[in-house]
Design a protein around this ligand. Structure first.
Ligand code: GLV
Length: 318
């Protein structure tokens, strides 16, 4: 029986694949501090963690028996994978099962930002709606508009399927030529052509502030930006400025540079729909993500190949 630290409470059924192991989970559901995590890992064989847990080399150093870290998320920028690989610790994530749910939310943000839903609802709730006006809350049409998808992996492609149902023209950019219709090699060109832009790239050194002030300035004044990927892909300060100055029409944002903090100028910006990182938050998807992560742990502990290693080279080692 191995010792598995589970950093936070998981949805019902999420622990089933590791039920035969010793599970270390706290009664309360607060985040581990760095020191607490290192202490908890001291005699752990496995860690199941969330994207809000920073798992760095220091935590691994304190965990000589650690064999596997499973992140209940597709993104794994919270884990120092190089440090894990160096120590032959397998890192796993949960790709695939959250694509459709996340694409649903990205499309909802395209609709909400184009049609000014947050601002309109907020006026209504505050008693500021004076009745139907011919020129009230005029937004941008989504049907027939051009959607620019940045990053054309599984989630980007799932979003494209939704857009085709709204008769949108879909163009996409990816670092490597996808060979698919609508590919635009130059990101700047895509930004200038699209009416709605949605980001679906992982966070890494190449994508940090991929959308900065210069690129925001390339967008049409009628365009909206949607980010359900990772906050630091967008320069939040520059986005807030673009919204306040009217350089772009609006934005739909689910992820932030310094979660859970939200840039105060974003909070006060006009026509921005702000959600608290809920891209994959459906009951079914979050349960499936938890089970996928714990199944990977069960597999590594049993000497089987896990379905979703992000550093598979570790598995080739004797
Ligand atoms: C959510 O943001 C994830 O990476 O799964």
């Amino acid at each position: 029986m191995a010792r598995v630290v589970v950093s936070r409470h998981l949805p019902d059924g999420g622990l089933d694949p590791i039920a035969h192991h010793e599970i270390v989970i706290r009664d309360h559901d607060d985040r581990y501090s760095a020191g607490e995590l290192a202490a908890a890992l001291a005699d752990a064989d496995a860690l199941v963690c969330l994207l809000t847990d920073r798992v760095d080399g220091g935590a691994m150093e304190a965990a000589p028996a650690l064999r596997v870290i499973a992140n209940v998320a597709v993104g794994f920028d919270n884990i120092d994978v190089a440090a894990a690989t160096e120590r032959s610790i397998v890192v796993c994530n949960t790709p695939g099962i959250l694509d459709e749910t996340t694409a649903d939310l990205a499309f909802a943000l395209v609709l909400a930002a184009c049609r000014r839903m947050s601002a309109a609802e907020s006026d209504l709730r505050q008693g500021n709606w004076q009745g139907w006006e011919l020129s009230g809350y005029l937004g941008q049409d989504v049907h027939g508009a051009t959607l620019g998808i940045v990053g054309f992996g599984r989630i980007g492609q799932a979003l494209a399927r939704r857009a085709s149902g709204f008769s949108m023209e879909v163009i996409h950019h990816a670092r490597r030529d996808t060979g698919l219709p609508g590919y635009v090699a130059d990101l700047d060109e895509l930004l200038a052509r699209a009416d709605a832009i949605s980001l679906h790239v992982p966070l890494g050194p190449d994508t940090h502030h991929l959308i900065d002030a210069r690129r925001l300035a390339l967008m049409k004044p009628t365009a909206v930006l949607v980010n359900t990927a990772r906050g630091p892909v967008v320069d939040e300060e520059a986005l807030a400025e673009a919204l306040h100055s009217g350089a772009i029409f609006g934005a739909g944002i689910d992820v932030y540079e310094k979660e859970p903090a939200v840039h105060p100028r974003l909070l006060s910006a006009p026509n921005v729909v702000l959600l608290p990182h809920i891209g994959s938050a459906s009951v079914r998807t979050r349960t499936a993500m938890a089970r996928m992560a714990t199944q990977c742990v069960a597999d590594v502990l049993a000497g089987r190949r896990p379905a979703h290693p992000v550093n598979p080279e570790v598995l080739e080692r004797p």
